[in-house]
Ligand binder design. Structure first.
Ligand code: ATP
Ligand code: MG
Length: 564
């Protein structure tokens, strides 16, 4: 038996022991089972990573199976987006299955359970059935239909399927134990009547299997060995096992293994809650760059490799924990630092005119070109030429007419470095009627070409700049947390109460070096001193700030280490 590749975790340990004991004949098959009722979020990335990497580590197979047993909330649009997101994350399922393809087999097996005296049709409504379920320390009450003859249940189930009864009028229940400590074993519902068009089976069915009746059986039909899911299914496991133990399965009996959900501060990971943000117009769609959906994070510029790496780094546990979103951002920043080329962009431009800039023989302003490194972290990215002239822009907050203490950037009479170009000294500023600075005049020192003074004199600040005649317009989207609270909804139970009304700031006057026009949709570049920015996939000239440059996670860890 070969040792699994990559980092180990308790799930791999289980698989390894099963391989050693020959439980599944050395076979390893997993599946990722999304319900197509929304777009995938960062939490799903952990499940996808776990399912695929576990299979890959043992040379096994991982499939995608859509758990499409609830026609009310499911749509083909979600199926398509889910498949696109899995591919983007870097995984290729061996097969794409749908639980709805097993409806006939599940129905057949329901008949088998009835024949074995292990299921019955209940004529009571849902409310009565829940009331009879009892609770912790409170025994359940058996349905008066529990012991009806097998033939009668078989006939009623057929008539439920044929559409003879109203929605909710009857259901099929497993006959297990109304006194069981585990609530899920108190005669759970297996089939309900629901007239709703299904995105794949249309109106072929008006009865639908419940999650518990569909999941384990679908695993068994496909030959899944290890059915990995999140902790909330821990309490369902006895029912999962009960169903499989009482059916004539075609092959191995799959094994359910649970692990902790991945959750973060300042975001919600629940399709239902995310759908609400979309439906109420809080965001522009499932793939809004503020959304913790995989399509949102992709638009925002998160590299798939960074997400995978984060999933590996945090490992797999059985205790639910909320991770600081800054920890994920730190991994994203680490990746982008290596891959993103550097560019200069000015977000809030202030005109800077060099009054001693020369003109050529024809009286036109001279243009100079500086060769700069595209990415100091990756020499293979080479260099590029950036145009420089006497008509520049700098960030508005890099200049102060009346500099406060500790302000070391440009001010009248002060010399600073324009990155990679020259040292310049501000002489005076032009203000508008309201006193706002609209232009700064400065002189440059021709002896400092490249940014260093031959006499060795020092300046306290280096600033980025853009030459106006050589610029392109840019719209920059800056983001703050979508939710202000670390645990959205913790105080009131409603996450929307903690929405940050200022989660996005659009800067429409930004300008960047001309080469920005060549950035491909989805590509991320570093705007020097400002952060990493992803070119929008659709809107021309729009860049989303993926993350800033400052490692907030390091600061948080330092505070934690100091007991703060
Ligand atoms: P949601 O509440 O967002 O709808 P879900 O669990 O109902 O989540 P499914 O489509 O049923 O969503 O999930 C598919 C798989 O992804 C399941 O195996 C589920 O356990 C797993 N999963 C869902 N959310 C997370 C999460 N936050 N962390 C890890 N795995 C998750
Ligand atoms: Mg679900």
């Amino acid at each position: 038996m070969t040792k699994p590749a990559g980092a180990s975790d308790f799930i791999r340990d289980i698989v390894e022991r099963d391989n050693e004991s020959g439980l599944f004949g050395g076979r390893v098959q997993t599946r990722f089972p999304p319900e197509p009722n929304g777009y995938l979020h960062i939490g799903h990335a952990k499940a996808i990573h776990q399912d695929f990497e576990t299979a890959l580590a043992f040379g096994g197979v991982c499939n995608v199976r859509f758990d499409d047993t609830n026609p009310d909330t499911e749509e083909s649009e979600y199926v398509d987006s889910i498949l696109a997101d899995i591919a983007w994350l870097g995984y290729e399922p061996e097969n794409i299955f749908f639980a709805s393809d097993y409806f006939e087999q599940l129905y057949e097996w329901a008949r088998e359970l009835i024949r074995r005296g292990l299921a019955y049709v209940d004529d009571q409504d849902g409310e009565t059935i829940s009331a009879q379920r009892g609770g912790f320390g409170k025994p359940g009450i058996e349905s008066p239909y529990r012991d009806r003859p097998v033939e009668e249940s078989l006939d009623l189930l057929a008539r439920m399927r044929a559409g003879e009864f109203d929605d909710g009028a009857r259901c099929l229940r497993a006959k297990i134990d109304m006194q069981a400590d585990n609530m899920w074993l108190r005669d759970p519902v297996l089939y309900r009547i629901r007239r709703a068009p299904h995105h794949r089976t249309g109106d072929a069915w008006c009865i639908y299997p419940t999650y518990d009746w569909a999941h384990g059986q679908s695993d068994a039909i496909e030959g899944v060995t290890h059915s990995i899911c999140t902790m909330e299914f821990d309490v369902h496991r006895p029912l999962y096992d009960w169903c499989l133990a009482n059916l004539p399965l075609p092959g191995d009996t799959p094994k359910q293994i649970e692990f902790a959900r991945l959750e973060f501060t300042h975001i919600v990971t629940s399709k239902r809650r995310l759908k609400k943000l979309v439906d109420e117009g809080v965001v522009e769609g499932w793939d809004d760059a503020r959304m913790p959906t995989l399509s949102g994070l992709r638009r925002r510029g998160y590299p798939a490799a960074a997400i995978r790496e984060f999933c590996t780094e945090i490992g797999t546990a059985r205790t639910n924990a909320r991770h600081a979103i800054e920890a994920l951002e730190a991994v994203v920043r680490r990746h982008l630092n290596k891959t993103a080329q550097r560019r200069m962009t000015v977000l809030r431009p202030l005109k800077l005119v060099l009054t001693n800039w020369p003109t050529d023989a024809e009286g036109n302003p001279v243009v100079e070109y500086f060769e700069v490194t595209n990415n100091p972290e990756n020499p293979d990215d080479g260099t590029r030429k950036v145009a420089f002239s006497g008509e520049l822009v700098i960030e508005a907050d890099d200049f102060a007419l009346d500099p406060p203490p500790k302000f070391f950037r440009l001010a009248p009479g002060r010399e600073v470095r324009l990155r990679g170009a020259y040292l310049v000294t501000a002489t005076d500023a032009v203000t508008d009627a309201d006193g706002n600075v609209v232009q700064v005049n400065a002189t440059y020192d021709p002896a400092t070409r490249g940014g260093d003074a031959p006499d060795g004199r020092k300046v306290k600040s280096t600033m980025h700049w853009v030459s106006v005649p050589h610029s392109v317009p840019v719209t920059a989207a800056l983001y703050d947390r979508l939710f202000t609270a670390a645990v959205p909804g913790e105080a009131t139970g409603e996450a929307l109460d903690d929405l940050n009304p200022n989660s996005r700031e659009l800067l429409t006057d930004a300008v960047g070096e001309a080469v920005l026009a060549e950035v491909a949709p989805g590509q991320v570049v570093q705007f020097e001193r400002l952060g990493y920015f992803a070119k929008d996939a659709d809107a021309p000239g729009l860049f989303h700030r993926t993350v800033g440059l400052k490692d907030e996670w390091a600061a948080i860890q330092k505070r934690q280490a100091q007991g703060g």
